[in-house]
Ligand binder design. Sequence first.
Ligand SMILES: Cc1cc2nc3c(=O)[nH]c(=O)nc-3n(C[C@H](O)[C@H](O)[C@H](O)COP(=O)(O)O)c2cc1C
Length: 213
Amino acid sequence: MNVRDAIARRRTPQRFEPDGLLLSREAIEALILEACQAPSEDDLQPWRFLVVRDRARRETLYECAFRDPRVREAAAVIVVCGDSRAWENARSLLGGRIRDGLMTEDEARAMEAAWRDLYEGRPWERALLALRGPCFVAMNLILLATERGIATAPIFRFDEAALRGNFHISDSLIPVMLVCLGLPSTRHPPRPDPPRLTASDVIRHEDMETLEF
Ligand SMILES: Cc1cc2nc3c(=O)[nH]c(=O)nc-3n(C[C@H](O)[C@H](O)[C@H](O)COP(=O)(O)O)c2cc1C
């Protein structure tokens, strides 16, 4: 399956076959690590993941996700988080780059200072850092799962405070979305493909009279 096929084939199932798929810890880790080849600003890799497979914990997560049945039925749910403080790990990230000969000490110090200028005391920039990269990884994850015949349901409806409290998610992390992985239920056939907006709805070219939407 090529990328085009995966994009065309992916659909969010209405329901999963309860426990219809077994996904090992290792298989999920492999999927996540492959997805982490995604690009990120200054290669800060500001994504962190919480993998929930255990039935009892999925039940807790189900409550946090306003009882979306797919959370309960999925083989696993990945809580995709963004790290708004990823730039504070600068020493370890940059140390690796220096060791690999990718940058000098001076360049690393300049980069560290640039990150501090950009992110320190700037909550909006930090929020963007924690949101952009994880969305790229989530899409990679979804397409890689599709390639492996696994269906995915991204979910943004969850009670953030409950999720943070029950799963001990620290303040510096932003839970961006849940990605449920499973086998689509045959008892709930897929909805017809939703129509997408057209070119004129979403695209303007620079030579057009108006660039407004
Ligand atoms: C970030 C994100 C969050 C989503 N959250 C939910 C959700 O909370 N509940 C839900 O039923 N669907 C959710 N969806 C699925 C969308 O409703 C679905 O992608 C859209 O209707 C298009 O259908 P398709 O995915 O089958 O192409 C989410 C999708 C994305 C990308």
